[in-house]
Design a protein around this ligand. Structure first.
Ligand code: TYM
Length: 332
């Protein structure tokens, strides 16, 4: 089975990215042929600093390696190194409905947040994302809950492409969304998801936060009325903390609830989750510092990954161009 996922380049990866996605990437190395892409081209769809983009790509590569990706057991590469992604994006536009792109929630939210320019790139973001996955004919895409809509669009586009140009040309992929911590919430505003853009600094827990920052953020986390430590719809703050503790330790949320059944109050829950997260992230932070120092090694890892990725994507593009009548006929 081939598994593909993408992540935006920023050094400020948070606990939502880690529990919802990065840990699944690491597991995917056990489950199949894992391909992971740092999507620098997607990062150009909103205002950004060119000088920072490369730095952040390396930050992200170092975080992924520190979390457990092993270049011998997966393909880790940078999107901008494999031109097939942008070519396939354009070719997929022929079967993508403008109305669908306009309705995407992320497009609506992100375009509302732009002060100067709502770029066409923001509208086409999901088509490039579809191209990322479809270029590899991946079967499965591990993501957090917030990517569900993009995955549905990707499946529609792949299905329409096959119906128009030939059944079986592209693989229609399935998403893989974790059952716990698929949507980690902001610690200060548990009604909203934890996110690099839009969330509060105190409510966002970064993978690279020092233990004292982690402890402080959990201590100040917003909880709900009552004292019972159980997951419930009217307890978004408490539910979030229980799920975080469970996911980071790799146990069921019921187990965390049972352990804390006799706790004195939410203070105990905060302490338990803080302890679990400090322990879970410490090895990642320590490895990150070492890995991030050696930029040449990181670049070499990404370049080697791109080489292997290109070899796969090139085959798909040759089939797609042939089926679409683009370019000269393929030599037989
Ligand atoms: P990005 O970089 O915003 O997020 C990376 C992954 O983290 C997940 N995630 C969360 N999971 C749980 N709780 C949260 N609060 C939370 N916030 C983020 C996201 O669901 C994602 O899986 N569009 C993608 C990047 C992308 C991609 C792709 C993904 C580009 N091409 C192809 C899959 C396949 C994104 O913005 O990721």
């Amino acid at each position: 089975m081939r598994i593909f996922s993408g992540i935006q380049p920023t050094g400020r990866k948070h606990l939502g990215n880690y529990l919802g996605a990065i840990r699944q990437y690491v597991d995917s190395q056990e489950r199949g042929e894992a391909i992971l892409c740092i999507v620098d081209l997607h990062a150009t769809t909103v205002a950004y600093e060119p000088a920072q983009l490369r730095e952040r790509t390396l930050d992200t590569a170092a975080i992924l390696l520190a979390a457990g990706l092993e270049p011998e057991r997966c393909i880790l590469f940078r999107q901008g190194d494999v031109a097939e992604h942008t070519e396939l994006c354009w070719l997929l536009c022929s079967v993508t409905a403008l109305g669908e792109l306009n309705r995407m929630h992320q497009f609506r939210d992100k375009s509302a947040a732009q002060r100067e320019l709502v770029s066409a790139g923001l509208l086409f973001y999901p088509v490039l994302q579809a191209a990322d996955v479809l270029a590899y004919r991946a079967h499965e895409v591990p993501v957090g809950e917030d990517q569900r809509e993009h995955l549905e669009l990707m499946r529609d586009v792949a299905g329409r492409f096959n119906a128009r140009y030939g059944e079986g040309l592209l693989v229609v992929p399935e998403h893989r969304i974790p059952t716990v911590a698929a949507r980690v919430r902001d610690l200060q505003e548990p009604e909203r998801k934890m996110s690099t853009t839009g969330g509060s600094e105190q409510g966002t827990l970064y993978v690279l936060d020092e233990p004292d920052a982690i402890e402080r953020k959990f201590k100040r986390a917003v909880t709900d009325s009552g004292t019972e430590i159980v997951r419930a719809l009217d307890k978004p703050g408490v539910t979030n903390l229980i799920e975080i503790a469970a996911a980071v330790r790799g146990v069921a949320p019921e187990a965390v609830e049972a352990e804390l059944a006799r706790a004195r109050g939410y203070g105990d829950l905060k302490q338990a989750v803080s302890h679990a997260v400090v322990e879970g992230l410490a090895p990642v932070r320590e490895r990150y510092v070492q890995l991030r120092e050696d930029e040449a090694a990181l670049e070499a890892t990404l370049a080697a990954g791109a080489e292997r990725a290109r070899a796969i994507a090139r085959e798909t593009l040759a089939d797609v161009r042939e089926a679409m009548g683009v370019g000269p006929p393929r030599a037989r």
